[in-house]
Design a protein around this ligand. Structure first.
Ligand code: GLU
Length: 445
């Protein structure tokens, strides 16, 4: 007997009502690993699917804080400790008003497989809060982070659970969270958080790692086709940390990146995005992409638009989940897209993914293409454990090597399981078998 995937998905829907993103992420993995399940009846005997889809632990807690006017707010904080099979729980914290437990379960579930693909010995987790950092002062963000850590600190540790950043959580927030942890725990555990500022244990190249990694992955795909990024038109969505450094690296490799975007609209710049200008607006001024268009004569701002209709051979969705739907996939195909690598987590809907794959586009799922960020977090943990610091070039070279390894693993697994060239099947099968085999080896825990 082997698992019936359709039955399993129905079971998941009944068990996790009102968690559509989690169901979407689980369905994508389960459908991809069907060829593995058909060969491995021992996975059903060990109840691997029932266990791997159930978080080991979810912590949910009240986060009270006072704004600058003294008004009290209450947010809900979470940490989803999904899987410690391959190492300590590892994954980011997301501060965004739309955060729910279901969203963090989707992100934590994806993180299990992404982290497995890095080969760095890290389990999967995710956390965050429905806090909106937009428009908040530094002092408000600090107080929120301190209140959040007042509960979280008892659940984390360098060998237990190691959070990092995600949307709404960057170096500033990690700094405040680290300070609060250090005071509460009375321990300078550098390895308890990653993405730290450089002066207290942060790794060089961690800021750039996710964006650079996505581009290294896209470049590897193009090389396989006898091509390169040099001379290609690239569409990037988003303008956060991942998008910014995808722009920088793609341009370093000779591509023309013609777009960035945010939740208000998209910028089209046929002359190529000026990396330093957009970096300054976003990182130093915490501004919007419309500010970029105002300052750059070659750029046009389209309110409420997405960048997928601007035309380009390579698409790098780096904004957020489900930002690329069927109509966007059609626009990409009309514009000549050949390669898509996901910088965000699950930015492409299942329908859009199938349309692109059906039209022959090479599609790299986020759990493979954007794994460079968390892989470099693991490199930060190594440096912290050894009390050492590696040069930028050393970390970048390791990151590049890890992205190449992930690509090779995905290609090999896609071949093994009868879907040559399908990187979605390859990523899911390679990661799933590694985690499932380790779960069996560890017994019923
Ligand atoms: N939030 C990032 C991700 O989605 C990074 C997580 C980490 O570095 O732990 O993979």
């Amino acid at each position: 007997m082997a698992y019936n995937v359709a039955e399993q998905i129905e079971r998941m829907k009944a068990k996790n009502p009102a968690e559509p993103e989690f169901i979407q992420a689980v369905s994508e993995v389960l459908e991809s690993v069907a060829p593995v399940l058909a060969q491995r009846p021992d996975y059903e005997e060990a109840a691997i699917l029932e266990r791997i889809t159930e978080p080991e632990r979810i912590i949910s807690f009240r986060v009270p804080w006072a704004d600058d006017a003294g008004r009290i707010h209450v947010n809900r904080g979470y940490r989803v400790e999904f899987s410690s099979t391959l190492g300590p729980y590892k994954g980011g914290l997301r501060f965004h008003p739309a955060v729910t437990q279901g969203m963090l379960k989707f992100l934590g579930f994806e993180q299990i497989f992404k982290n497995a693909l890095t080969g760095q010995g890290i389990g999967g987790g995710k956390g965050g809060a429905d806090f909106n950092p937009k428009g908040r002062s530094d002092a408000e963000v600090m107080r929120f982070c301190q209140s959040f850590m007042t509960e979280l600190f008892r659940h984390i540790g360098p060998n237990t659970d190691v959070p990092a950043g995600d949307m709404g959580v960057g170096g500033r927030e990690i700094g405040y969270l680290f300070g609060a942890y250090k005071r509460l725990a009375n321990r300078f555990d550098a390895g308890v958080l990653t993405g730290k500022p450089l002066s207290f244990g942060g790794s060089l190249a961690r800021t750039q790692a996710t964006g650079y990694g996505v581009v290294y992955f896209a470049q590897r795909i193009l090389e396989e086709r006898g091509e390169a990024l040099d001379g290609k038109r690239v569409l990037v969505s988003g303008s956060g940390n991942v998008a910014l450094y995808a722009v920088e690296k793609a341009e370093q490799l000779g591509a023309t990146v013609v777009s960035v975007s945010d939740s208000s609209g998209a910028v089209y710049d046929p002359a190529g995005i000026d990396f330093e200008l957009i970096r300054h607006i976003k990182e130093d001024l915490r501004g919007r992409v419309s500010d970029y268009a105002e300052q750059r004569s070659s750029a046009e701002y389209y309110d409420g638009a997405r960048p997928w209709g601007f035309g380009g051979e390579v698409a790098l969705p780096c904004a957020t989940q489900n930002e690329l739907e069927a109509a966007d996939a059609r626009a990409l195909l009309n514009g000549g897209v050949q390669v898509l690598a996901e910088g965000a987590n699950m930015p492409t809907t299942i329908e859009a993914t199938e349309m692109l794959q059906g039209a022959g586009v090479v599609f790299a799922p986020g759990k493979a293409a954007n794994a460079g960020g968390v892989a470099t977090s693991a490199l930060e943990m190594s440096q912290n454990a050894a009390r050492s610091r590696w040069a930028f070039e050393e970390v970048d070279a390791k990151l590049h090597g890890i992205m190449e390894d992930i690509y090779e693993r995905c290609v090999a697994a896609a071949d093994t399981y009868g879907h040559p060239g399908n990187l979605v099947v390859g990523a899911n099968c390679a990661a799933f078998t590694e985690v499932a085999d380790a779960m069996i080896a560890q017994g019923l825990v």
